[in-house]
Design a binder for this molecule. Structure first.
Ligand SMILES: Cc1ncc(COP(=O)(O)O)c(C=O)c1O
Length: 415
């Protein structure tokens, strides 16, 4: 069959004339397929999904009630554009109350987002010209880098490894890259490594950004989900507002991934530029959702309850993994436990299998043990386990952990 003329119209950034013809299957699609195959091959056996990247519960009832109330108001029905004052002001209060960030001007230094993913896709439109670099940590959430490349920019990767404490080595960036770099994108607590930043690291980032004229974009999607100490905002760093913005979201911290609401806060000029690109891309999130999000930001105790649940689950998960030989350490925040992947595994009975990378470990664990994890091979072969597995109550959590432990105990891993 000949190609439709449409085949010749695709932009190079998504593959040009070859768009849709590639046979490469990407990681998350591979996992999905392997999960389906594992379940089909083992009917009736429970799949333990410790690879989930989002909350296992829905938004709290009071937030759903607030949405219901706001959705009934005729004045909330219209295009929201860049939003009204409710979420902006709540965001200012939230930053002060939870993170100790003082002096945010809600009017000029906050604009809502349709989730952090959307903000990360829009910000390059405000910053990146062809040839400019974005400095991105790997492994990581790639959206800012993808859009940088869409605009003709380039990505310089900063590996996060155990050796550097999962904090990027800023001094490793080559001079020729730095001279063309526009933005440094960070995310702490970090997906997937679970690592947290420190005030000292953020102070270094501010000084580095000033020295090299960089914009800092801190993706704080997990910032309030902490198990130790207080939540840390980049904006609490002296001078942060001169160099960057921070992205907050209700997705992970308030169990609202599907609601699509968060905010961008910080440097007024950057917030304005984000608003201009946003205004030319969408017409704002439904005001009823924005107002329900504002309610959340005024009720940070919701996140504290969610974090307490994850903390309760994290201890047994770390213990279970350690008993199976994994070098698991309890993270200070996020919902992820990130461990080096095994190089080989031996089942009871003696069959030994070697793994080339973490992706192979994930596929093997799924097929052999119906355990679903997420592999990361970008910096060093690692597996991501999450405490957002499905369990109805603390008793059920114990049951799931016992089953995970039983299945892992049938394997001898080599690291
Ligand atoms: C690091 C990171 N940033 C952003 C997002 C997306 O957040 P949102 O739902 O607010 O778009 C995710 C979701 O997995 C994430 O892990």
């Amino acid at each position: 069959m000949t190609d439709s003329y449409i085949q010749n119209l695709f932009a190079e950034r998504i593959g040009g004339r070859d768009y849709g013809k590639a046979t490469v299957v990407y990681k998350f699609e591979k996992i999905k397929r392997a999960r389906r195959a594992a379940m089909a091959a083992n009917p009736g056996v429970e799949l333990i999904n410790v690879g989930v990247g989002e909350p296992d519960e829905m938004a709290f009832p009071e937030v759903v009630a607030k949405l219901h109330e706001e959705a009934r108001k005729p004045e909330n029905r219209s295009y929201a554009d860049n939003g009204d004052g409710a979420l902006k002001e709540a965001a200012g209060r939230y930053l002060e109350r939870v993170y100790g960030v003082k002096g945010i001007d809600a009017e000029t230094e906050v604009i809502h987002s349709i989730g952090s993913k959307s903000a990360l896709s829009l910000l390059p439109g405000a910053l990146i010209n062809p040839g400019d670099y974005a400095l991105m940590t790997i492994p990581g959430y790639p959206i800012f880098g993808t859009h940088t490349q869409y605009y003709g920019g380039r990505v310089h990767n900063l590996p996060l490894t155990e050796t550097n404490g999962y904090l990027p080595d800023l001094e490793s960036i080559p001079k020729e890259v730095l001279s063309k770099a526009k933005a440094l994108v960070l995310n702490y607590p970090n997906n997937p490594t679970g690592a947290s930043a420190t005030p000292e690291f953020f102070a270094k980032v501010v000084a580095f950004a000033r020295r090299h004229n960089l914009v800092v974009v801190h993706d704080a999607a997990y910032a309030a989900l902490v198990y130790e100490g207080k939540p840390l905002s980049f904006l609490a760093t002296p001078g942060a507002k001169e160099v960057g913005v921070e992205l907050h979201s209700t997705s992970k911290t308030f169990n609202m991934t599907g609601w699509r609401c968060g905010f961008v806060a910080g440097n007024a000029l950057l917030v304005k530029a984000y608003g201009d690109v946003k205004d030319n891309s969408d017409s704002g999130q439904f005001l009823a959702i924005q107002h329900a999000a504002a309610y959340c930001f005024d009720h940070p105790e919701i996140t504290e309850k969610i974090a307490a649940k994850y903390s309760r689950r994290m201890g047994p998960l770390v213990e279970t993994l350690r008993s199976a030989g994994f070098a698991a350490r309890r993270p200070k925040g996020s919902f992820f436990c990130y461990v080096p992947a095994p190089k080989a595994a031996k089942l009871k009975g003696g069959r030994r299998v070697e793994f080339k990378n973490a992706e192979e470990v994930t596929e093997w664990l799924l097929m052999e043990k119906l355990i679903s994890t997420v592999p990361w091979d970008e910096a060093c072969a690692s597996l991501r386990f999450s405490v957002t597995f499905a369990a109805t109550d603390p008793e059920d959590e114990k049951r799931v952990m016992a089953e995970l432990s039983r299945r892992l105990s049938e394997v001898e891993f080599e690291f």
